[in-house]
Design a protein around this ligand. Structure first.
Ligand code: PLP
Length: 387
């Protein structure tokens, strides 16, 4: 679809124009093509380019076109999980001896991939604080090939300056990869700010209903697309046709969901800021957010994740979390249902205590993924659990 359509229109229609040819039914939602193989008329002529589902599948193709359209780039790729997408980027583009500079508070699974898996293949990573863009430049060595950052970090919501990092990447001929999971393509287009590759865990906002695992990559660079796509087929961690359908269905309501996630989160962030049992509240929509101006310069909304500190000790935090009735005590984020967790004991328990302290993850820091339930009900649930 042509680029002049707006996000909401592309999210619904891109990749899914009804097939109005003779004999076709004209489905308005892309059919789920479960077939693993595709029959052909002639030995050397695959039907419409389809041969075998790992290489190319019509439902996954529809999703990949939609992904490219909503990011405003030419290519999209869908994988079986966010980490499978990351692996394809890293293994598809790097070689033994290469080095990556990444942000120091990366998603735990990404850090594990760098430190425990890629390290075994001779690919090394060093880490810099996104609050200090110059530290990324200082960490560059003659072996550096890539910079890897997240748009809002987890759980401290630190903002990476994508334009500045892109300038550094260009100057040193590096590939800039941005994990935009926390904001979704509705609130930010890292590719337009200079990212070479954009990736998301589609398990979070893009899927949006906590019922599908997926990872996606978008890029405007043909050369990078070809290499990551080659790896996608060669290593094989593709998104299944059914999951592709579920993710497409999620994208159609992404704009509506993100608006509500952000409106509910702002309301709750204000409630938390005013509550005597709460210390620091970190949410990009608050005036107190330290990088508000940078954030506003590169994103169009504030997302649905709030991190806040409960006053008291870890037992008080545990009691608060177990008393919640609507908000589920669970890892993950980005679904329609509100989820809450204690990073020190859950998502970030594998991070060494001194490291956690350095990042700001105290024992009573709580991460809340605000869902799209009624905001009054969510505020009431938090209030009763704090009482
Ligand atoms: C969840 C997550 C991932 C990993 O994605 P999976 O779908 O769980 O493999 C990567 N990056 C971020 C920021 C995430 O939140």
């Amino acid at each position: 679809m042509k680029e002049h359509f707006q996000f909401e229109t592309l999210a619904i229609h891109a990749g899914e124009q009804p097939d109005m040819r003779e004999g076709a039914a004209g489905d308005v939602a892309a059919p789920i093509h479960l077939s693993t193989t595709f029959a052909r008329h002639e030995v050397d002529q695959p039907t419409a380019g389809y041969e075998y589902t790992r290489s190319l599948n019509p439902t996954r193709r529809a999703l990949e076109e939609k992904l490219a359209a909503i990011e405003g780039v030419s290519h999209g790729l869908a994988f079986s999980s966010g980490l499978a997408a990351e692996t394809a980027i890293l293994m598809g583009l790097l070689r033994s001896g290469d080095h990556v500079v990444a942000s120091d508070d990366l998603y735990g699974g990404t850090k594990r991939l760098f430190n425990k898996v890629l390290s075994e293949f001779g690919i090394s990573a060093s880490y810099a604080d996104v609050l200090d863009t110059a530290a990324f430049e200082r960490a560059i060595t003659p072996k550096t090939r890539m910079i890897w950052v997240e748009t809002l970090s987890n759980p401290m919501l630190k903002v990476a300056d994508i334009r500045a990092l892109s300038a550094i990447a260009k100057q040193h001929s590096l590939i800039l990869v941005v994990d935009d999971t926390f904001l979704s393509p509705y609130f930010m287009h890292p590719a337009a700010l200079g990212a070479d590759l954009v990736m998301h865990s589609a398990t979070k906002y893009i899927g949006g209903h906590s019922d599908v695992l997926g990872g996606v990559v978008m890029t405007d660079r043909d050369d990078l697309y070809e290499r990551v796509q080659y790896y996608q087929n060669a290593a094989g961690a593709v998104m299944s046709p059914f999951d592709s359908y579920i993710v497409m269905r999620g994208i159609k309501t992404l704009a509506l969901r993100m608006e509500r996630h952000a409106a509910n989160a702002l309301r709750i962030a204000h409630f938390l800021e005013d509550h005597p049992s709460v210390g620091r509240v970190v949410y990009p929509g608050l005036d107190s957010f330290p990088q508000r101006e940078l954030h506003r310069n590169q994103a169009t909304g504030d997302g649905g994740i709030i991190s806040f500190e409960l006053r008291g000790n870890i037992e008080d935090a545990k009691r608060f979390l177990s008393r919640l009735k609507i908000i589920a005590l669970a890892e993950s984020l980005g679904g329609v249902e509100s989820l809450i967790e204690l990073p020190a004991l859950m998502t970030h328990s594998s991070v060494a205590p001194e490291e956690r302290q350095k990042i700001g993850i105290t024992d009573t820091l709580v991460r809340l993924s605000v869902g799209i339930e009624n905001a009054d009900d969510l505020v009431a649930d938090l209030a009763q659990a704090m009482a």
